[in-house]
Design a binder for this molecule. Structure first.
Ligand code: ADP
Length: 256
């Protein structure tokens, strides 16, 4: 970013000069790259112990089930669910570190987005009793996209809607088709986001700094990841929000 003023040529015919401040972004870029490499390396290293842990827990769950040890069985099941969540997080981090480097690949197939939403809502990681999730399906909409990655986007937006709205809140998800585009909208009645923050929300590592959000854990990469995935499909992503009233995140993807 540069700010300043260009002065006209001086009377003695010397070249005009530029006065002001220049911010060198090279350092910031290198910093981002270092963070990126670090995230990639750590995520990669965590993957194999997690795979083993998941395997051991599955054996424990099976054995406890056979011996009808319901306490051990339920503990093993709970641990397995947490390991699954952690694996999903780590895969997300790994994807993020690959984004922007051209290493991410889309595995496109044609599928019904309304079915994917219904499936995602049944996913154990989203099931909780603190918020009501309401689905307003808008008919059968076929799209051609990377099903897993679009699923990640929906999961991410839904878990944010839950995370950034008070207990007892309602989260509505809808899907509609218009002018060759499928639109998915996730609306909460939570904290809301100011206009200034909305402009930076999809930047990597960006998190809103406020008394209401400071105690909520996060890394500021979920929305960045969502935007990269949607844009890689030639789609659009955005948010409509008012501070204190709630937010509606939406994305659109071309229909087949
Ligand atoms: P994280 O939640 O890990 O911080 P995200 O990239 O998913 O990262 O979100 C970036 C920021 O956007 C969050 O820190 C939060 O401040 C804000 N945000 C995201 N979703 C919502 C929402 N539904 N309501 C209010 N604020 C949100």
């Amino acid at each position: 970013r540069a700010t300043g003023k260009v002065y006209p040529a001086s009377e003695n015919g010397q070249a005009p000069f530029f006065s002001g401040t220049m911010l060198d972004i090279t350092e910031r870029k290198q910093d981002d790259q270092r963070k990126n490499d670090f995230i990639g390396m750590v995520s990669h290293e965590l993957k194999s112990p997690l795979t083993s842990l998941s395997g051991f827990l599955q054996i424990l769950q099976l054995k406890a089930g056979k011996a009808s040890d319901s306490f051990t069985h339920s503990m093993a099941t709970k641990s397995l669910n947490q390991v699954k969540k952690m694996t999903a997080l780590i895969n997300g981090f790994l994807n993020t570190s690959r984004l922007g480097t051209g290493k991410i690949q889309l595995n496109k197939q044609s599928f019904a987005i309304d079915e994917l939403i219904a499936e995602t809502l049944n996913d154990t990681s989203l099931i909780q009793d603190t918020h009501s999730l309401i689905y307003e399906p808008g008919g059968h909409v076929l799209i051609e996209a990377d099903r897993d990655k679009v699923g990640n986007v929906i999961t991410n937006l839904l878990s944010n809607a839950i995370k950034y709205s008070p207990k007892g809140g309602e989260v509505k998800i809808s899907c509609s088709a218009q002018k060759g585009m499928a639109t998915v909208k996730i609306k909460d009645s939570g904290l809301g986001i100011s206009q200034a923050d909305q402009d930076k929300l999809f930047d990597r590592f960006y998190r809103v700094q406020s008394l209401e959000t400071n105690h909520i854990a996060g890394h500021g990469i979920g929305l960045y990841l969502c935007a990269e995935i949607i844009q890689a499909h030639g789609g659009k992503i955005g948010v409509e929000s008012e501070l204190g009233k709630g937010s509606a995140f939406w994305f659109e993807l071309p229909i087949v």
